[in-house]
Structure formats: C-alpha cells, structure tokens
Design a binder for this molecule. Structure first.
Ligand SMILES: Cc1ncc(COP(=O)(O)O)c(C=O)c1O
Length: 384
C-alpha cells in the first residue's frame, strides 16, 4: 500500500456540497429517481419484510453478506458469488482500486473528462498518469468517442492500468459493442488492467446500447458498480467490485479493513431485494430518462442560440453546449444563485491531465422533477 495521499479538493463533490440540498431545482442529479424503504420492501416477499424487521445490526462480512454477493453476481452473465467484493459505494471501490494496483514507475491512463477519483488518487501516489480525451473535434463539430488508435499510441511498456467510465459522467457517451470489446481485448493482451466504472449502466434509452460488463468479457478487468445511479438508490451506500481475478479481489478485501471494514446491514439487506427486482427498477428509471430526454430536447430546441443538446447514449447525465456569450460557468452560477436552478459547470471537470471543453454544462435527466425544473430554468432565461 502507498503512503499518505496528498489529495486536492474534489471539485464536483465540493460544488455539490454547496448546492445539492439548498438549491430549489436540482437539474443536474447524477442518480435516477429514488425510492423509499417501504417501496423496496413492497417488492419483496412477506419473508423478506419479516427478515428486514428482525435484522441483526451487528457487523456484516467484509466481502458482503452471502445474499448480497449472490444478488450482485446474478446481475452479470458469467460471474459467481466469489467474483464479488462489496464496498461502501462506488467511491470506496475506486479509492482502493486506483491505488492498490499501481507501483512506482507505472504509467496509468484515465479517461478525460472523468469522475475525479480516477485521476487524483493515482496522481497522489506519484505514478505517471496520462489523460485519454473522450472526444475529437471542437465546438459544434465535437464528437464524443473512444479512439482506439489514440489509446494504443499512448501505451508504453510500463503502462499497467487504464481506468474508464461508460456510460460516461458527464458526457453520456457509450462506445459501440465492437469498440468496447476491442478495447478490452487490447488491454488484456498487453497486460493492462482495466478498471471499468459502470455505475450508470442499465438505463440506456435504447437498451441495445448497453455494453457488456468488463468483468464478463475481460479476465483481468475490475468492474465497479453500485446501487446509487442507474438503480437510483444512493442512500443504500452499497457498491462493489466484480472480477474474474479473485487474487485482485482478495487484496482489495485486505485494503477495505482500513476504511469501511464492512457495509451497513440494512443497506445490504435492502440491496438484495432491490437487485432481485433490479430489472423492474431499471425499466422504471429508463422510462423516466426517456421521457425527460424528450422534454429537454424540446426545451433546448426553443433556445437555438443558447443550447446544443444531444441525447445521452447511456446513463442519466449529459453535457450540452452553452452558446451564450457569458459562458457556461457564469450561466450556471447565475441560474443557481438567482433562480435556484442547480446545473453543473464544466469547471468542476477541469482535469490535471489536459483541457476539457469549456462550453459545456451537465444536466441530469433521471429524476421526475426535470419538467418542473425546466420550467424554472425557462423563467430564469426570460429574465436573463
Ligand atoms: C462515475 C462515477 N463513479 C463513481 C461515483 C461514486 O458513486 P457513489 O456515490 O455511489 O459512491 C460517482 C458519483 O457521482 C460517479 O459519477
């Protein structure tokens, strides 16, 4: 394990801390619509409900309870319970995976823009970290992409790890099936471990865009997921790493003894019920994303001088262009400070590894409040 980590401010989470629970209209949520404990229990059987009421609030196994590992394994095509290690959210899983599998002298590649953990943690360990931009072109010609040639040209003999996130936060980009398979094959054949953050997988508007879990198609990959985003249940705080590489899971399990030790018992118990009925929850959330996408497309098309919106390939966030002359950051600041409409400026995605497009802001389309929040944004624009 590495020594003390000197971590910078987590820009996105710091901005969220300021506005998430104070802004009146949350229009940049990264999680789909949530549910109550009663609604989750109603999905279960009488035995599930009785078991939950009588749940013993002792410690749970560091690996996760047998039941939660089983329910998680069932969400993959080829994995069994022993391929699963539970964590306290995807955040804890990323915190450990991004430092445990690098050693001094290694070269690490991470996608940009990104969820900051995947670059700040390896940078803090002192290894050489390089950003793989997820786009070609600029301005109106910009296309989100996973450019395999560009990626391959970055590979060095000392490249040991690559971390990617699809469906991507914030762009909503998902590579096509062939590119994703070729990426995994290339990495595995070159001895490069893939850390694949798949927290948004499962609510693609077009279900045929759902790519395979890396852990199902790549023997050395570590898939990271959680109940937070596609399932809309972040309050459970149950995440996991799934992998065919059981030795990697065993070293992660030893690392977890230094942080959360184990998950909350109620969180894991409710996760079992939620994942057992996972397809019902994902279909509910997919429909919300699809309806909101229509509403946002229509709203933004009314302001062609201000917005250039494209539907996400997957997930429930996307990163439209803002064309107004004040710029995207000033627009987001004014929207939340003057009208209580919380959007996320491109500045929270600024990377230590290279530029990120500066004409962008993140909008979240997974929650049922989106139409009302768009009305509030419309009122804000009238007074702009
Ligand atoms: C891409 C990505 N990975 C991981 C996380 C962390 O998830 P959790 O809050 O469930 O730990 C987030 C949260 O925003 C995220 O967007």
């Amino acid at each position: 394990m590495t020594g003390q980590l000197n971590l910078p401010d987590f820009k996105l989470e710091t901005y969220f801390s300021k506005w998430e629970f104070t802004a009146e209209h949350h229009l940049t949520a990264s999680d789909a619509e949530s549910m109550t404990t009663a609604e989750i229990l109603a999905l279960g059987t009488d035995e599930d409900r009785a078991a939950f009421e009588n749940l013993h609030l002792g410690y749970t196994p560091t690996w996760g309870t047998p039941a939660v590992r089983h329910a998680i394994a069932d969400t993959y095509t080829s994995l069994v319970d022993e391929n699963i290690l539970a964590f306290a959210g995807a955040g804890e899983a990323l915190f450990w995976t991004m430092q445990l599998f690098v050693k001094p002298g290694d070269h690490v590649i991470v996608n940009v823009p990104n969820y900051q953990t995947i670059e700040s943690i390896p940078i803090a360990t002192g290894v050489d970290v390089e950003g793989l931009p997820l786009w070609t072109g600029t301005g109106e010609d910009l296309e989100w992409t996973l450019d395999l040639d560009r990626f391959e040209s970055m590979i060095r003999p000392e490249t040991t790890l690559v971390s990617v996130n699809f469906p991507n936060n914030p762009t909503g980009f998902v590579p096509d099936h062939d590119t994703w398979k070729a990426f995994n094959d290339l990495c595995h054949s070159r001895g490069i471990r893939v850390i694949s953050d798949e927290v948004y997988r499962g609510v693609e508007i077009d279900p045929s865009r759902t790519i395979a879990a890396a852990a199902d198609i790549n023997p050395s990959a570590l898939t990271i997921s959680v109940t937070s985003k596609a399932y809309g249940l972040p309050g459970l705080r149950v995440g996991w790493v799934a992998s065919q590489d059981r030795a990697a899971l065993a070293s992660l399990e030893r690392a977890k003894h230094y942080t959360s030790i184990c998950n909350s018992a109620p969180g894991e118990a409710l996760t079992v019920i939620a994942l057992t009925h996972g397809s019902t929850i994902l279909e509910k959330n997919r429909a919300i994303v699809a309806n909101n996408d229509v509403a946002v497309t229509e709203f933004m098309s009314n302001y062609p001088d201000l917005f250039d919106y494209r539907s996400p390939n997957g997930g429930c966030v996307t990163f439209p262009r803002f064309l107004g002359e004040e710029g995207a950051a000033a627009f987001c600041t004014a929207a939340v400070e003057e009208s209580g409409v919380f959007l996320l400026p491109h500045t929270v995605y600024e990377s230590a590894l290279g530029d990120v497009p500066t004409d962008r802001f993140r909008i979240g389309i997974g929650r049922t409040n989106v139409p009302q929040s768009l009305e509030a944004l419309g009122r804000h624009l009238e007074n702009r």
